[in-house]
Design a protein around this ligand. Structure first.
Ligand code: URP
Ligand code: ZN
Ligand code: ZN
Length: 479
């Protein structure tokens, strides 16, 4: 079935143009002026709207088993909520338990994701090490479309990697042509601070940010960057939340290292005052790691995004409802870490980024879609409106407003960290694989329609930084 999107402003990361977009069989077939409507096909009038590539959220956790419970959003509800917000692809995480076979874990997650409504892919976490992990990383890259491995430097006693595992996995990823990603927080320090703070009698959610100060993130970010530099592997930092980590990224980039960094929409707009709220539930709803930071960090993160030091925006969508959060009523250390946002990311960034003049519409497309597509190697299948690309498209209405609320959102969680925020700029229509999946407030997603997207590894020149430096002309010294 064909669709013609007529009269909109097509926005790609490379620029804007007035053009019609013709879609057929799930693909974009033409982008040009005065295209003819297909026989029997639908014509969408996009006059006054932007026509943008579907959002790509490179960091989500649907139905994740974590901290003694399971995230409330499943792959169907989560990808449906994503579509309502203009996101048509997410990259979720397979997180094997220590000693769990990593290929079997991938298969388990893939079983869960069969119900996804939109396209998705998986990073795989390396949480332990032996010869089978070394072997199976190659199997995942060759047979399961995995080109990125995740490393948690926090969550001691659960899924944390020590430096030995980091070194083993980074080296193996380099040899396979895969990308390493890290959750950068020093897990030893977090664990120590958590005990100290709890022993002082601070048991509520206000203890959470105290146990995870920016220095803890900055140290781990810098350590991961240096390990990646020495081992010659590209690195991607997830949820960069503070100046300390941003400075480490900036320094590495200025030194020519291939480092990428992501920022979460919520870290750009919410500060740490949420943890001082007298309502325990409100504060607990915001417990996530890294935590929300003092306001000056937000300003720096926006500048990081504007300057290209941060390339992608994500949500870390990891939903736990109020009764799940209450597991930590008497001990902040037991509050499941995670917040919502997959439905809200695009509008929050449009409202606070584009409407304030910090980002142009093209820059918005870059940080919500194109950059993630490039970094994770699904470009130009995704992340661009051009002939041959998948027809994952949003007709974006820059004038329409929505006030975000758990009462009306599509996410499977009983609160929203953005409750009461009004955003102007929302999807009028979301198209996934050439089919309308959301239109004027109504979801039309189909359970199981989402495909798993294979992501091939990278060409070897991505990984030869050390080699390149070694091969550089030796400077002769005059004596
Ligand atoms: O608090 C968070 N971010 N929960 C999900 C797991 C992670 O650290 O990404
Ligand atoms: Zn994390
Ligand atoms: Zn996460």
């Amino acid at each position: 079935m064909s669709i013609l999107i007529r009269g909109g402003t097509v926005v790609n990361a490379g620029g804007e143009q007035q053009a019609d977009v013709l879609i057929s069989n799930g693909k974009i077939v033409d982008v040009a002026n005065n295209l003819d409507a297909p026989d029997g096909g639908r014509v969408i009038d996009a006059g006054g709207s932007y026509v943008i590539p579907g959002g790509i959220d490179p960091h989500t956790h649907m139905e994740l088993p974590f901290m003694g419970t399971v995230a409330s959003e499943d792959f169907f509800t989560g990808t449906s909520a994503a579509a309502a917000g203009g996101t048509t692809m997410c990259i979720d995480f397979v997180i094997p338990a220590p000693q769990e076979n990593i290929v079997e874990a991938w298969k388990k997650w893939r079983g869960w994701s069969e119900k996804a409504a939109c396209d998705h892919s998986f990073h795989v976490a390396i949480t332990w090490w032996d010869d089978s992990v070394h072997r199976d990383m190659e199997i995942l890259t060759k047979d399961y479309g995995v080109n990125s491995f995740k490393h948690f430097m926090a969550y001691k006693g659960a899924i944390m990697c020590d430096d030995e595992v980091l070194g083993n996995s980074f080296s193996r990823a380099r040899d396979l042509g895969a990308l390493c990603t890290v959750h950068a927080e020093n897990g030893e320090l977090v664990w120590r601070l958590q005990q100290e703070i709890f022993d002082k009698g601070i048991t509520g959610p206000e203890g959470h940010p105290l146990s995870r100060p920016p220095e803890v993130e900055g140290e781990a970010a810098n350590r991961a960057i240096r390990i990646a530099e020495v081992l010659g592997v590209p690195l991607y930092l997830v949820h960069t939340s503070c100046i300390d980590a941003l400075e480490a990224v900036t320094r590495a980039k200025l030194e020519g290292q291939r480092v990428f960094a992501e920022v979460l929409a919520q870290h750009l707009v919410i500060d740490d005052s949420v943890y001082r709220n007298k309502d325990w539930r409100f504060a607990a709803h915001h417990v996530m790691s890294p935590p929300f930071r003092p306001k000056e960090h937000q300003a720096a993160l926006w500048r990081g995004l504007q300057s290209g030091m941060l390339q992608t925006t994500a949500t870390d969508h990891c939903c736990f409802c109020t009764p799940q959060k209450e597991a930590g009523l008497n001990d902040f250390r037991a509050i499941p870490n995670g917040t919502n946002g997959i439905e809200d990311r695009m509008s929050v960034i449009w409202e606070h980024g584009v409407r304030t003049g910090k980002l142009t519409p093209s820059e918005f497309v870059a940080v919500t879609s194109t950059n993630a597509a490039k970094i994770f190697n699904v470009y130009p299948q995704k992340g661009i409106i051009a002939p041959g690309a998948d027809a994952d498209i949003v007709v974006w209405d820059p004038e329409r407003s929505r006030t975000i609320s758990a009462e009306t959102h599509n996410q499977n969680i009983d609160f929203s960290i953005y409750e009461g925020m009004t955003v102007t700029g929302v999807p009028a229509i979301t198209i996934s694989q050439g089919k309308v999946v959301y239109e004027d407030g109504e979801l039309k997603t189909v359970r199981g329609a989402g495909r798993y997207i294979n992501r091939p590894c990278f060409p070897s020149y991505w990984h030869n930084q050390m080699l390149r430096n070694e091969l550089a002309e030796p400077t002769s010294v005059e004596r």
